[in-house]
Structures are given as C-alpha cells and as structure tokens.
Design a protein around this ligand. Structure first.
Ligand code: FMN
Length: 211
C-alpha cells in the first residue's frame, strides 16, 4: 500500500475543535456527496440518504441534541447519515428498474433476483432490516472518513447524539428516514490539542492474524 495513503490516515483524527472561519468549497462538498453515493452496499440497494446541513442556525440547534458536542455548530457542514424507515417491494422494484435502464439488461434476467429479494425482505423482521440498513450507513461513514482524509478535510464521526430527536427536529420521519450517524466536516482549529496527540491503536501485531 502506498505510504502516502497511510500518511493521510495518520493525519486524520476525530476533530474535537473546528475552525469556524473555514468552510468546505462546493467542489469538496461535491466530492463527499459522490463518495457517499459510490459507497458499496449490500445487494446494491443503497437504503441510505445523507442530509448536508450548512445552515448555521440548524447546526447550532443540533448541539443540545448531540450531547452538547460543539463540533456540530463549529464545523463547516453536518452530514447526517440516514436509513430508510422501511424497504418496500416498490423500493426494490425501483432499484431493478434502474439496473434495467442503466445496464440495458433484459427484465427477465433480473426478475428472479428481484422476486427473491422482495420475498426475502417481506419475511424479515423490521428490526433485522434496521440492523442491516445501519450496517450500510457505517460502511458509508468509513468511506467518507477515508475520502475526507485523502481530500485534507477534517471530520468527526459522531454516534453521541439522540437519533429520535434528530428525526423529529429535521423532519426525517416525514421523509421516510431515520438518522443513524452524524459526521461533522470542516477544518481543524489551530488550537485543537487532539490534532497533535499520538494515535492510540493496538498495533498490527495485535489486530492482524496471519495463517
Ligand atoms: C462510529 C463512531 C462514533 C464516534 N462517535 C464519537 C462522538 O460522538 N464524539 C466524538 O468526539 N468522537 C466520536 N468518535 C471518534 C472516536 O472516538 C475516534 O475515532 C477514536 O477514538 C479513534 O481516534 P481517531 O479517529 O482520532 O484516530 C466516533 C468514532 C466512530 C467510528
């Protein structure tokens, strides 16, 4: 692996204090939006949406719903990774409609897989589907964290927030969505003491098993 990538991964850290004067350009935001959309998901179903919040008043109001973590107010954008509230047969059909139209695949080729997924999802417990969808959101988070590092964007992944309060404050339920993860993005403040702290990791000799 290129050491340049490792250098970027060592440069990144969970930013605790953002520089309120520095904002992401539209170009950088477009990169993050595309990276989110390009994230691999199970079956390719992408049961995800991402809110991009630039509005300062909304960001400020999110602080109290985020365990008083000031990063959501001080960052450039708050990204809220959401999952669908349910996966219906219509949702699955729309995915296969897109496959057919983008790849010009005959419907009869994809139909058996569509039938399988429709049946499989209809038999699953909603909590099982929620867990599956949340896993896809975490994949997107990992992807975004790496892309941020490669693009010299600082970020703080945030699980410490109140999802139900976010859902109601941001009208997510009405949009058929539920919040799963938050990612604050922007640029580190010069005096964020965490930026110069040593990385705390267990070490490859402890976490890698070679057979
Ligand atoms: C899923 C997830 C949730 C996290 N939630 C928070 C959070 O709510 N607040 C925070 O300050 N850091 C949060 N972190 C940051 C971690 O504490 C941090 O990534 C970890 O200690 C490793 O340090 P580093 O990212 O600076 O290398 C979270 C990280 C992940 C991956």
């Amino acid at each position: 692996m290129s050491s340049e990538i490792l250098d970027k991964l060592k440069w990144r850290y969970a930013c605790k204090k953002f520089d309120t004067t520095k904002k992401l350009t539209q170009e950088k935001l477009t990169i993050l939006k595309n990276a989110f959309n390009l994230t691999a998901t199970s079956y390719g179903l992408q049961p995800l949406k991402m809110l991009v919040i630039s509005n300062q008043k909304i960001k400020q109001d999110l602080v109290s719903l985020t365990m008083n973590q000031q990063q959501v107010a001080d960052c450039s954008q708050v990204l809220v990774l959401c999952t669908e509230t349910k996966i219906s047969s219509t949702y699955i059909k729309e995915y296969f409609d897109t496959v057919v139209s983008l790849r010009e695949t005959p419907r009869e080729i994809v139909q058996p897989f569509e039938d399988f997924l429709t049946k499989d999802f209809s038999q699953k417990d909603p909590s099982q589907i929620n867990t599956w969808m949340a896993k896809q959101a975490y994949l997107a988070l990992g992807n975004l964290l790496t892309v941020c590092a490669l693009e010299d964007i600082d970020a703080c992944p945030i699980e410490g927030f109140e999802p139900q309060k976010y859902d109601s404050f941001l009208d997510l339920t009405d949009k058929g969505l539920q919040s799963v993860l938050v990612l604050a993005v922007g640029y580190r403040a010069a005096d964020d003491v965490f930026s110069s702290m040593a990385k705390v990791r267990r070490g490859t000799e402890k976490v890698i098993i070679e057979l």
